[in-house]
Design a protein around this ligand. Structure first.
Ligand code: SF4
Length: 332
């Protein structure tokens, strides 16, 4: 059976214009030739520092942004696969219900003038899936599913805590029975104890409804906790992709190793790869030559400054974009 989501060679470039005539002088490559799949019912974690294109990637996949190039195949429940990257507005409306989004900030992503009922029912109304009493009863069911009391139906977002608001956001995303949810930093704005509750809820919902998640986060602990497979993004590109255990126990890309080294760990003897993550993310409009990580990489050689390493399969189902992947002393 083919994947639920197949992203192939996806690009999102923004022209950089200069001068009186607004001539295009270059491109910000926010998403640059990204490929991966998400299987039905699984969680793919997408991790990287903020500013490396993760949010743009999520939004481009769901066509909140139009891609510059590439393919985004979404398998519909009937078995047909559509290319979200190429659909026109009308076709897009018809399939949008199968792939929904949960946003980072539950404080700003909910409309303050819409009640819980209006907020959660909006996707149902937009897709023509329910109306009248059926719609209200569906929203009540959804509130129950995400652990909110039905008496909150006619309240406004300001009456809720951050965690409750994120439950409303999740209920809204679930309303149309999607098979895929793109969650963009869905717990990053919440306190740690609330984070755990929301993550547990999302895992329960995944089991109950067979949902697949593309879970975007800068937080490695969250990604490790939740993901079946992980993709690491750096300056608009996937630099490593592997199953959870392989990625966290045996990183093959120095960037991944540096992210792991910067992550606090309960046992300091573990995961101390000794690779500090120094320097800043480069300007996406003026990427370094060769390997884009070379200015920050402690293993960089002359070749790295000239030749861009392709993402290649170093071990079975473990991909890395580094000339020396598998030869560097990265794991403990
Ligand atoms: Fe470092 Fe070179 Fe590998 Fe890039 S290709 S990550 S610069 S060793």
């Amino acid at each position: 059976e083919s994947a639920l989501l197949t992203v192939a060679h996806l690009k999102k470039y923004y022209p950089v214009q200069a001068g009186f005539l607004r001539k295009t002088v270059g491109y910000v490559k926010a998403v640059d030739d990204v490929s991966f799949t998400v299987q039905r019912g699984e969680t793919l974690g997408l991790v990287g520092e903020s500013g490396c294109g993760k949010t743009t990637l999520g939004r481009t996949i769901l066509r909140a942004l139009d891609p510059t190039a590439g393919y985004v195949g979404l398998r519909l429940p009937g078995g047909e696969t559509v290319d979200l990257a190429r659909l026109g507005p009308r076709e897009l409306r018809a399939v949008r219900r199968h792939a929904q989004m949960v946003f980072q900030d539950p404080y700003s992503s909910l409309n303050p003038r819409m009640t819980v009922l209006d907020t959660v029912s909006e996707p149902l109304r937009l897709s023509g899936m329910a109306q009248g009493p059926a719609l209200v009863s569906r929203v009540k069911d959804l509130l129950h599913v995400v652990g909110l009391e039905v008496r909150h139906l006619n309240r406004y977002p300001h009456a809720f805590s951050g965690g409750q608001r994120q439950r409303i956001g999740i209920a809204r995303a679930l309303a149309t029975n999607p098979s895929l949810i793109v969650a963009d930093e869905a717990v990053s704005a919440l306190d740690v104890s609330i984070q755990a509750q929301i993550l547990n809820l999302m895992q329960d919902l995944q089991r109950e409804f067979g949902l697949a998640y593309l879970f975007i986060s800068h937080d490695l602990s969250v990604i490790e906790h939740l993901s079946d497979r992980v993709a690491v993004m750096y300056v608009g590109q996937i630099v490593e992709r592997a199953g959870n255990a392989a990625l966290f126990s045996q990183p093959l890309h120095p960037y991944t190793a540096a992210l792991l080294a910067s992550k606090p760990h309960p046992d300091p003897r573990q995961r101390n790869t000794g690779i500090p993550l120094s320097g800043e993310i480069p300007d996406l409009a003026a990427l370094p030559s060769g390997c884009p990580f070379h200015p920050r990489c402690p293993f960089a050689q002359d070749r790295c400054r000239i030749e861009k390493p392709p993402l290649r399969e170093v071990h079975p189902d473990h991909f890395a974009a580094c000339h020396f992947a598998g030869e560097l002393p990265l794991s403990n």
